[in-house]
Write a protein of this length. Structure first.
Length: 148
């Protein structure tokens, strides 16, 4: 019916900011300390545990600093067009794993980029807004559960 009213509106635009998670930044050095302690309390020889403990502790601190140094990004979804920091991207996908939200896309040089929103950086209202603004994604085809 050409005169019938359209009931579904196109997806609304959504603008979100990604920033590093303060909880993750604080948790990485704690993981380094716990890894160092687990090595020191293990049954390995001391010649192995002390260098390993120093390495684990420095890894935790380095990763925390690296995460804290990441710049904030603005993700804008407007129908089928997705922009990250004002640049149009291709193959934008969003995945949810419990309270975590992951985004993956390719830039104009076909380089793969990833983001992870933690619960302290993406509140439930913004998570819902993101779900509603996403372009429709085709589900993966499932294999048959029985023989033909």
């Amino acid at each position: 019916m050409p005169d019938s009213q359209r009931w579904s509106a196109p997806s609304a635009s959504c603008r979100l900011e990604w920033r590093p998670s303060p909880r993750l930044i604080a948790g990485l050095p704690v993981l380094g300390v716990l890894a160092a302690l687990s090595l020191l309390l293990s049954g390995f020889p001391r010649a192995v545990t002390w260098p390993g403990a120093v390495l684990a502790l420095s890894w935790g601190v380095r990763e925390s600093r690296r995460e804290a140094a990441k710049p904030a990004l603005e993700v804008e979804l407007d129908g089928e067009v997705v922009k990250v920091d004002g640049h149009t991207v291709a193959d934008f996908r969003v995945f949810w794993r419990g309270p975590l939200t992951f985004a993956r896309w390719r830039d104009s040089e076909h380089c793969l980029h990833r983001l992870a929103w933690w619960p302290d950086t993406l509140d439930p209202a913004s998570r819902r807004e993101l779900r509603l603004a996403l372009p429709p994604q085709t589900p993966a085809r499932r294999r048959r559960s029985v023989a033909p």
